[in-house]
Write a protein that binds this ligand. Structure first.
Ligand SMILES: [Ca+2]
Ligand SMILES: [Ca+2]
Ligand SMILES: [Ca+2]
Length: 318
């Protein structure tokens, strides 16, 4: 009995350790806040609603409509801060803000690059920046670890082929691995996913994803934390009226499927601490729903008057 007790205590400790950094948790209460931008003419303001109780905590004007807005743990800090990425001429400019305004400006990336945010490839709990571009049929990843700190460092990796969808995932529980998803050697049978550990160079290949997921309008596999602290993959697909959320384990096993009425924005975070793992905040023009794929629960909330934004970003500023 005592042995089981110790094991249970260890499990609790582990669960606490891995969930210590909660996405979008500006008030540090262990739950993701709803962070959203709203447009005032051509400028945007960002707002944060702490812990679903409806009160607005932070409002700050900071950017332009075309900027990418990316909250994240960009510095060594208990709470996240806000960054934007802006296309400036032929370059991408990353700007970090705190409560008093802009505190850092970094030029990283080029026009046309896909910007990737939300990943921590070296596992030191500080957000890293990445860009991907296609070159001669291959995908070239440029990664700047800890971009807004004084000891940033750069990596360049060729990983994936033209047409693959890129992503990342916390694969073994301590850091994010690069992910490419698309057609494999037998495209009529299955879709293929490859993972790469940036630091060790180890590559794993997973076959057996449904080939439909790699078809023309293929969704990107997004990382979402499961109950055990490691990530699983979320695929979001839409038809004319519904949005469907599918989850798969990193080894290609289907875990859940759920369709919700409406089209809209999806943001991943831990919005409901009663359900293990992360949830999807899904806002359409009527309301917000919070869906947990592991417990298969959906809760509802009034919509916010803006665009919800999250740490996990794959986009090109234009
Ligand atoms: Ca919070
Ligand atoms: Ca890092
Ligand atoms: Ca949760």
């Amino acid at each position: 009995m005592s042995r089981n007790y110790i094991l249970a205590a260890l499990v609790v400790l582990f669960a606490f350790e891995v969930s210590a950094q909660v996405r979008n948790d500006f008030d540090q209460d262990g739950k993701s806040d709803i962070v959203f931008t709203s447009t005032i003419l051509t400028e945007i303001a960002w707002k944060s609603v702490p812990t679903m109780d409806g009160a607005t905590a932070i409002t700050e004007n900071f950017g332009l409509v075309k900027d990418l807005t990316i909250p994240g743990y960009w510095k060594e800090s208990a709470s996240p801060s806000l960054a934007i990425v802006r296309l400036s001429g032929e370059s991408l400019v990353w700007r970090l803000f705190d409560g008093s305004g802009e505190v850092k400006l970094v030029t990283f990336g080029k026009k046309g690059d896909l910007v990737i945010a939300g990943a921590d490839f070296d596992g030191d709990m500080i957000a890293d920046a990445a860009t991907v571009r296609e070159k001669n049929g291959k995908l070239i990843w440029k990664i700047r670890l800890n971009i807004f700190t004084d000891n940033f460092s750069d990596r360049s990796v060729s990983f994936g082929k033209s047409g693959d969808r890129v992503s990342y995932i916390n694969y073994e529980g301590d850091k994010d691995w690069l992910v490419v998803f698309g057609k494999g050697p037998k495209p009529k049978k299955w879709a293929q996913l490859k993972l790469k550990n940036l630091l060790t160079g180890v590559i794993r290949t997973v076959k057996g994803f449904p080939k439909e997921l790699a078809a023309k309008s293929r969704p990107r596999p997004l990382p979402i934390s499961a109950a055990d602290g490691e990530d699983i993959f979320l695929f979001v697909t839409q038809d004319e009226s519904d949005t469907t959320f599918l989850t798969y384990s990193p080894d290609g096993v289907k875990l859940s499927s759920k369709s919700l009425v409406g089209l809209g924005f999806s943001v991943i975070g831990n919005y409901n601490t009663d359900a293990l793992g992360e949830e999807i905040l899904f806002q359409n023009n009527a309301k917000i729903r919070i869906y947990n794929p592991i417990s298969n629960t959906v809760t509802e909330k009034d919509k916010v008057l803006g665009t919800p934004v999250g740490e996990i970003v794959f986009a090109s500023p234009n």
